[in-house]
Write a protein that binds this ligand. Sequence first.
Ligand code: FNR
Length: 354
Amino acid sequence: MTSERAAAPGASVRAARKDDHVRLALQQREGRSARNEFDDLEFLHHALDGVDAERVDLSVRVGEWSWATPFYVNGMTGGTDLTERINRQLAIAARETGMPMACGSMSIAIDDPSTARSFAVIREENPSGFVMANLGAGRSADDALRAVELLQANALQLHVNPVQETAMPEGSRDFSGWLVGLERIVEASPVPVVAKEVGFGLSRRTLEKLRGIGVRVADVSGTGGTDFLGIENSRATAADDFSMLTGFGQSALACLLDAPADGPALLASGGVRHPYDVVKALAAGARGVGVAGAFLQTVMDGDAEALVTLVRGWLTQTRALFALLGAENAEQLASTDLILRGRLGEFCRLRGID
Ligand code: FNR
């Protein structure tokens, strides 16, 4: 993501930040606790409910779209040589597996067209795939049009990241115009908008506000995975350190379970580690599941082929989990019996969720 401040930092500062985000996100994955709130959701086991894995249909419907895979590459990067290589690997893997894919914030390419190639490579590698452009809530409707055009995107992710901006030394401190700005983009965008957080969750109230301005799809992107507070704090000095906010926000499952019934169609991301997390998010109401850090690590440790292998394995395992849980498709997962424990269980009790 980039800061959406009026006086945007120079191109070289922003490019350095793109590479920093990749490096720090990977560093964060080393040695951190593997536990997160996905572990607080369990399925009540019914030994005679299972179905034939051969009959399982893994495709999902998200609003007006049909996606071949229930998970997708979430928005991460672009803007530098390193991130162009990453986008190319991710795009090849998306093409080979039929996965939808988003890119990282395109503000840098709008402000400095010499960096546009690092994004355009995604469409080049995957001419007929489902591709999402990405911008911040503070950008103009014109910028949104340019971002969509550059990628010939099928959808536009708009990230809403006030916690990250707060922790970012050069981040915005004025969020007052974001809702109105988002509304203008939703009205002007030639493709549907997907509003998303970046790892701190979208509350019920936020989802209601998004519905109110015409947003039809939202990715709740919650806590428990890539942690932008940690990332920005490690770029900060003592004077602008916000580590006191550690733990701020809601997990993806908490957001899904607390979401309004008549709100936007929901995508979930934040801390998805394996297919069991994917299935849990779908059972809790997500129509599709975004993965950022885990896929980034796979292409950085290996290449596109490594991600293709991982994704094919995930698809086989997801199919087996659907069969075990008695679901021939994602909608049928909604009738599984869920048990909520720990922090997630407490959140649901406090919020009055059955
Ligand atoms: C991100 N994410 C992100 N999101 C966004 O909308 N625009 C962006 O530019 C970025 N940039 C970015 C860089 C890197 C290196 C990572 C790992 C992530 C956030 C991402 O889409 C997702 O919301 C969070 O990372 C949570 O998912 P994971 O990483 O826990 O699977």
